[in-house]
Design a protein around this ligand. Structure first.
Ligand code: GLA
Length: 426
């Protein structure tokens, strides 16, 4: 480990005292896929089976998270406890949790800080202690708490932070390690900027293991909005606490929320650089071969799961192009070359300014590894030549590194390549 890495690690404290979430969670969430109408035990188990069959489970995608609409539409049971919709979840939550655990998965559920969830099911307001206990008894590993139907609207900070903290404390009191994911997104308008969840002194790592920073990502525009918001929030993330720019969309043609294939790959690479939770929102039963390749890329997953646990950020921007970088535990940097241009090719160059933002020693040789080269057909890369090594000098480099990137599929998609720069650390 580089000296910088050690120094920084010494400064980082664990987020909640719950011992989970040192690294971003990898898994699947039902919302974009099953929504409310498709929620069922069968649907959840078949998604889990697909994670196993495709090898994604082995690559680390172990969280199977039930989003809204698992709850009984008729409400709580006679003792006031939350219960599953008996028609759709015949084994109940405890039974489903047991099955998923036996199959090597972790089990996530969803609730809301208001009286009702966004889809109108039973929320946790006033029942925080009981619900946290119930979740712990079911063996829940992950709780997402949403922000709908609250008393004074979605943005009343004193109310929202107090209510989310009630659930955090209730979960902590159970003594069970449960990843706590706060979702300020519910009841927010599209393109809502929720940076205060990271920056407020009652938010960030004090509050949760992850916190949504924008409203839902539903397509390419909201995707761009989310990563641009995330670019300014690097300092708030660390081991055990992550900015959450929402789920990975995928590019399955039939999905209600989807990206183009290269956009989807770009989202995956960027989410790794941004140390974001990697929760698949796509229909994992019918992933396109391209998306499966994307999500299976072990080199990029290693970046996501890098134990240094430092979020990356924007290094430089020039017109429609930008460079993003994340420091890794061995002193290397993961760098993403991005062209957001619509049709045209653009040369993306790591300039002196870009190099000065990374911690490489004066005059050291920096080796480059294209983390996608084994995955992309040559024709996709063949729009430019990148140098394979460059020399660091002073604040910058003697030799620049450039890659020409084409607007992905000719219809305004982003396109990216990533390089791992392994050089002597500062
Ligand atoms: C909100 C959240 C989504 C999802 C739905 C469920 O919109 O932002 O992620 O949980 O509620 O109703």
């Amino acid at each position: 480990m580089g000296q910088c890495a050690l120094a920084c690690l010494a400064l980082t404290a664990w987020a909640l005292d719950n011992g989970v979430g040192h690294l971003p969670p990898l898994g699947y969430s039902t919302w974009n896929d099953l929504s409310c109408s498709g929620m069922s035990e069968e649907g959840v188990l078949s998604a889990a089976e697909s994670l196993r069959r495709t090898g994604l489970q082995k690559r680390g995608y172990v969280y199977v998270n039930l989003d809204d609409c698992w709850q009984d539409p008729l409400g709580r049971d006679a003792t006031g406890r939350l219960q599953a919709d008996p028609q759709r979840f015949p084994s109940g939550m405890h039974g489903l949790s047991k099955t998923l655990h036996e199959r090597g998965f972790k089990f996530g559920v969803y609730t809301d800080r208001g009286r009702r969830t966004c889809a109108g099911r039973e929320g946790s307001q006033g029942f925080e202690t009981l619900d946290a206990q119930t979740f712990a008894e079911w063996g829940v590993d992950f709780v997402k708490e949403d922000n709908c139907r609250s008393l004074s609207g979605p943005n009343n900070k004193s109310e929202l932070f107090a209510q989310f903290a009630l659930f955090r404390d209730a979960l902590n009191k159970t003594g069970t390690p449960i990843f706590f994911s706060v979702c300020g997104g519910g009841d927010q308008l599209p393109f809502s900027n929720l940076t205060y969840y990271a920056s407020d002194e009652r938010g960030g790592k004090k509050l949760a293991n992850s916190w949504r920073i924008t409203s839902d990502v539903t397509g390419s525009w909201t995707l761009r909005f989310a990563y641009k918001v995330d670019a300014s929030l690097r300092e708030y993330a660390g081991p055990g606490g992550f900015n959450d720019p929402d789920m990975l969309l995928g590019s399955s043609p039939g999905a209600a929320r989807r990206l183009g294939p290269h956009q989807s790959r770009t989202q995956f690479s960027l989410w790794a650089i941004l140390m974001a939770p990697m929760l698949l929102g796509a229909d994992v039963r019918q992933l396109t071969p391209f998306d499966l390749e994307t999500y299976s890329n072990e080199e990029v997953l290693k970046v996501s799961q890098d134990s240094f646990a430092q979020q990356g950020s924007l290094l430089t921007v020039k017109g429609s192009t930008s460079l993003w970088g994340r420091p890794l535990v061995d002193g290397a940097w993961a760098v993403l070359f991005l062209n957001e241009g619509w049709f045209w090719k653009r040369k993306v160059t790591c300039s002196k300014r870009c190099w000065s933002k990374m911690s490489f020693k004066r005059n050291s040789t920096v080796h480059l590894q294209d983390l996608w080269s084994q995955w992309l057909p040559h024709s996709d890369i063949g729009v430019g030549q990148a140098s394979r090594a460059a020399q660091a000098s002073g604040a910058g480099l003697v030799g620049q590194v450039a890659q020409t990137l084409q607007g992905a599929d000719g219809v305004g998609r982003t396109w990216s390549l990533r390089w791992k720069l392994a050089g002597a650390a500062c």
